[in-house]
Design a protein around this ligand. Structure first.
Ligand code: ZN
Ligand code: FE
Length: 239
């Protein structure tokens, strides 16, 4: 499975997952259709599925047009089917979904929204974390409670440390300012920030990150309990 990173809107990431033998593809969180269509056409792919981590417009904005153009099936969370546009395949928590070489486990990780899920491609050890876990950050708690978000992050912490994380936004540099302010002695953080700056200077995305790196540097993932996590999340909201 090959992964193409596609920048969308201001700072969103959509991802194309490609079976290089059959040329069939999945798009994760198409913010908008145009850049996705351009990439599909340039690589001569057949778009079969659209996967959504949650219902926000910057993650589902391309659903309708892509579905119509390619006859692709939209995959989302069963409990959120009323607000995932054009949904066809409703998945439940802990369900394993499979098609050809693509095989992913779904985890319900509420907090940012109540129906937020992530897709864990366990054979490749790749996670699409949407707006729950970012590099050096986590999503804002819009619908759930801080406790739900904390628990969702605990679940992700238990994945294998080599897991590659593909998140919904390029927020890494902005997030690093906050991490540094409250964790200024962290040498792993300081070296990661240098790496991020180099990547961005070359016009490259800072994604994917790995769980191992985030466990060393991401202040939200490192919070020991829900009280500490909540305090940091509130500080970040006003940062
Ligand atoms: Zn969102
Ligand atoms: Fe988003």
């Amino acid at each position: 499975m090959k992964i193409e990173i596609i920048k969308c809107l201001e700072d969103n990431f959509s991802y194309l997952l490609i079976d290089e033998v059959t040329k069939s593809a999945i798009v994760v969180d198409p913010s908008e259709s145009k850049p996705i269509i351009d990439k599909i056409e340039s690589l001569n792919l057949k778009l079969k599925f659209i996967m959504n981590t949650h219902h926000h417009y910057d993650h589902v904005g391309g659903n309708k047009e892509l579905k119509k153009l390619y006859n692709a099936k939209v995959i989302g969370f069963d409990e959120d089917k009323h607000r995932i546009p054009e949904i066809d395949i409703c998945l439940k928590n802990n369900e394993i979904w499979k098609d050809g070489i693509f095989e992913a486990k779904v985890f319900h990780i509420p907090g940012h929204t109540l129906g937020h899920i992530c897709f864990y491609f366990f054979r490749e050890n790749v996670l699409f974390s949407g707006d729950t876990l970012f590099s050096l950050g986590c999503g804002r708690v819009f619908e759930g409670t801080h406790e739900q978000m904390f628990n969702s992050l605990q679940l992700l912490k238990n994945l294998p440390s080599k897991t590659e994380i593909y998140c919904g936004h390029e927020y890494t540099l902005k997030n690093s300012d906050f991490c540094l302010k409250y964790d200024s002695e962290n040498s792993a953080l300081i070296s990661k920030i240098q790496l991020i700056k180099n990547q961005l200077a070359k016009g490259q995305p800072t994604i994917p990150t790995t769980l191992e790196e985030e466990l060393k540097t991401n202040i939200f993932l490192r919070s020991k309990n829900v009280e500490k996590f909540s305090k940091l999340r509130d500080l970040k909201d006003n940062f």
